[in-house]
Write a protein that binds this ligand. Structure first.
Ligand code: S3P
Length: 434
């Protein structure tokens, strides 16, 4: 693995008016649905990060003509529901769990066999959460004995709709099953224990595919078709989150993040930071391509520790590394429970954040399903990102409040979700170098 280290020198604040890259979840889905739609789908604001490019390359390998990306513009020549072709080799999805889990669903009803592989981190991530319900639908999908990648899909299976209650609140599992449901006989219904991001449902409807939602159950019927459309992808709130936390903790900060997606299933970061006392204003709220967006202004303020409401956990699932930095700079204790899912992300995010915070002199007590962080004075030191993009960017923002230099190791994977992070954060005032 490439060894790339960030060094952040203490102090400074965040100022300016910036647009962070496109939403990763929406970018993946635009390629997937655009590819199996009829007609030409035009996408703007596409995230040119390694994860969404892994999805794009997978569909190219299955015979879909895709132009771009060129400054966020992608043109997808859809092949229709049954137009995908067998790729020449295994699909390499790199670091991207979303690609692998959603594709497992979309591709398990195809006529050809397929193998999906990933990098070291993805090769450790649990896949039974999708392969078990897919098998119930009639798919033939194999993992390793540990339930991890590679995934082997046997083509030519006849899928049938199922009624599935998810044991974990996971948008990836929900999306996987809904995408398989497009190819299944009858109705596929997924019940979620708590609301999770609903970009798949919204985008299916934007492509003219009916989706029914009744309470916490979402259903699709197989055998329909998707019609190409235009998709304007908003800036990713999960990338904006680093700047929101940075501005909240660094005295003198005043930053505006433009055109950020504020889908209600993604705004846990705003709710939680506000509960901690952050000064956040939403400006110009509007709709863009079926998703609500706004400009988000954040000014520095004194933060206080809180008990994070458990219902906010799925709505902020990718933002906890950044939120732990906010907690380290807050007055008092912040307590998180109900977030065991953090242990199976790109790294074990409870352990990696607790270890790094301790190196910086902060009391951080990992719990099986969360963490207790006691706010204090951040010192300097060398922390490990473990190749996890969000750990790396979170510790970078900690430099705004640390007493000494922070070195962060193994940062190459920042490019999976946030190409240009170093330049953009330096431009707004973070003292970061590679
Ligand atoms: C995602 C869903 C979340 C999130 C991931 C992207 C998606 O995972 O952590 O970064 O695009 O559906 P889970 O749904 O497994 O929690």
């Amino acid at each position: 693995m490439t060894s790339l280290e960030f060094k952040v020198t203490p102090g400074g604040c965040l100022k300016g008016n910036i647009r962070v890259p496109g939403d990763k979840s929406v970018s993946h889905r635009s390629i997937m649905l655009g590819s199996i739609a009829e007609g030409v789908t035009e996408v703007s604001g596409f995230l040119e990060g390694e994860d969404s490019l892994a999805t794009l390359n997978a569909f190219r390998a299955m015979g879909v003509k895709i132009e771009g990306p060129d400054r966020g513009r992608v043109v997808i020549h859809g092949v229709g529901m049954h137009g995908l072709k067998a790729p020449a080799g295994a699909l390499d999805l790199g670091n991207s769990g979303t690609s692998m889990r959603l594709l497992a669903g979309l591709l398990s009803g195809q006529s050809f066999d397929l193998k999906m592989i990933g990098d070291e981190s993805l090769s450790r991530r649990p896949m039974r959460r999708v392969t078990v319900p897919l098998a119930e639908m009639g798919a033939v999908v194999h993992t390793t004995e540990q339930g991890t990648p590679p995934l082997m899909l046997k083509g030519g299976q006849k899928l049938k709709g199922i009624d599935y209650t998810m044991p974990v609140a996971s948008a990836q599992v929900k999306s996987c099953l809904l995408l398989a449901g497009l190819y299944a006989g009858g109705r596929t219904c997924v019940t979620e224990p708590a609301p999770t991001r609903d970009h798949t449902e919204r985008m299916l409807m934007a492509f003219g595919y009916p989706v029914q939602r009744e309470g916490n159950q979402i259903c699709v019927s197989g055998g329909g078709r998707l019609t190409a459309c235009r998709i304007d992808i908003p800036a990713d709130i999960s990338s904006a989150a680093f700047f929101m936390v940075g501005a909240a903790i660094a005295p003198g900060s005043d930053i505006t993040l433009q055109h950020v997606g504020i889908n209600p299933t993604r705004i846990g970061i705003i709710t939680i930071l506000r509960l901690m006392g952050a000064d956040i204003t939403l400006l110009n709220e509007r709709l863009a391509g079926g998703e609500p967006v706004a400009d988000i202004r954040v000014r520095a303020s004194a933060l206080r520790g809180i008990e994070i409401p458990v219902d906010q956990v799925p709505l902020a699932i990718d933002e906890f590394p950044a939120l732990f930095i906010a907690a380290a700079c807050a007055q008092g204790r912040t307590v998180l429970h109900g977030a065991e899912e953090l242990r199976v992300k790109e790294s074990d995010r409870i352990q990696s954040m607790a270890d790094g915070l301790k190196v910086l002199g902060i009391q951080a007590e990992p719990l099986p399903d969360g963490m207790i962080v006691t706010g204090g004075v951040l010192g300097g030191g060398t922390v490990e990102s473990l190749g996890d993009h969000r750990i790396a960017m979170s510790f970078a923002m900690a430099g705004l409040r640390s007493r000494g230099d922070i070195r962060i190791r193994d940062c190459a994977n920042v490019n999976t979700s946030f190409p240009g992070f170093v330049e953009l954060s330096r431009h707004t005032g973070l003292k970061i170098e590679i």
